[in-house]
Design a binder for this molecule. Structure first.
Ligand code: NAP
Length: 246
């Protein structure tokens, strides 16, 4: 159950909250900005413990998502930001494909489920609980490699294509929500290569100065959101606030 949220507090909902970038966002929003954070994750082991952070475990099933939304319902008017961090490039059984012959049905389905379907289910569920005139910023973590225009190197078939699918789903939702939720701004965000478990196997190829800390990326995102105070059309932006072509 969500602890009592003081009258004045704004709430930020951080989904996929075990992500290293999510942890940095939770730290900055709860400690520096003093806002209330509701953190949703499959695992609460890495949980930041603070009076203004509430952890909700979720298995990301449709029922699990619905239960989180039920918990949110009494405080939904205070919900001003939603950040969906989930993403998967590799796992115990999956590594990004270098070649066409490595493309595999199961790995593809796993990528699509985590990178495209899951964030979309959250956007769908959140849209249903928000008041239609409520102002809210929804950030969905994408990746530059999900840009079809930017694909010059090839490889990483499943990750690329699942992030491209995510971008299309969110773009489509943004067109509908402009009508149904005119005060909601959607943002697709590319954090840049960030020092997290996701990028670990690939960090040796990153040019000097281009491997960011999670704290830096969190600050860049929060600054970007602070500059976007008015309801805005969907953008696909990187950590520097630069537009990425779809
Ligand atoms: N790190 C980079 O260099 C980089 C670059 C470009 C884009 N990104 C994107 O940034 C976001 C955050 O990445 P990160 O580097 O912070 O990752 P991370 O520390 O490896 O965290 C992984 C995140 O993905 C979720 N996740 C992983 N496997 C999942 C599964 N099977 N089902 C559901 N959720 C799953 C985790 O959710 P739980 O909390 O539920 O465990 C967690 O939110 C991702 O969307 C990623 O694609 C990262």
């Amino acid at each position: 159950m969500i602890k009592t949220v003081p009258e004045t507090d704004e709430i930020a909902l951080i989904i996929g909250a075990s992500s290293k970038i999510a942890q940095a966002i939770i730290g900055q929003v709860s400690q520096r900005e003093g806002k209330h954070v509701i953190a949703v994750s499959r695992s609460v082991e890495a949980a930041i413990s603070a009076a203004n952070v509430t952890w909700l475990p979720c298995d990301y099933s449709e029922q699990g998502i619905a239960e989180v939304c039920q918990h949110l319902a009494p405080v939904v008017q205070k919900l001003t930001r939603v950040v969906i961090c989930n993403g998967m490039l590799h796992s115990d059984t999956t590594f990004p494909e270098k070649q066409l012959r490595e493309f595999d049905r199961e790995k593809w389905l796993e990528s699509m489920e985590t990178n495209a379907l899951l964030p979309m289910l959250w956007v769908q569920a959140i849209a249903q609980i928000l008041d239609v005139h409520q102002r809210n910023q929804i950030v969905v973590f994408s990746a530059r490699v999900g840009s079809i225009t930017d694909n010059r190197l090839g490889g990483w078939y499943s990750y690329r294509a699942s992030k491209a699918a995510l971008n299309m789903l969110i773009k489509t939702a943004s067109i509908e929500m402009k009508r149904t939720h005119p005060n909601v701004s959607l943002l697709l965000f590319h954090p840049g290569t960030t020092d997290t478990p996701m990028s670990k196997p690939f960090q040796q190829r990153v040019p000097k100065g281009k491997l960011f800390s999670a704290d830096f990326v969190a600050r860049q995102l929060l600054d970007l959101l602070d500059r976007r105070t008015e309801p805005m059309p969907l953008e696909f932006l990187d950590w520097a606030g630069e537009t990425i072509e779809f």
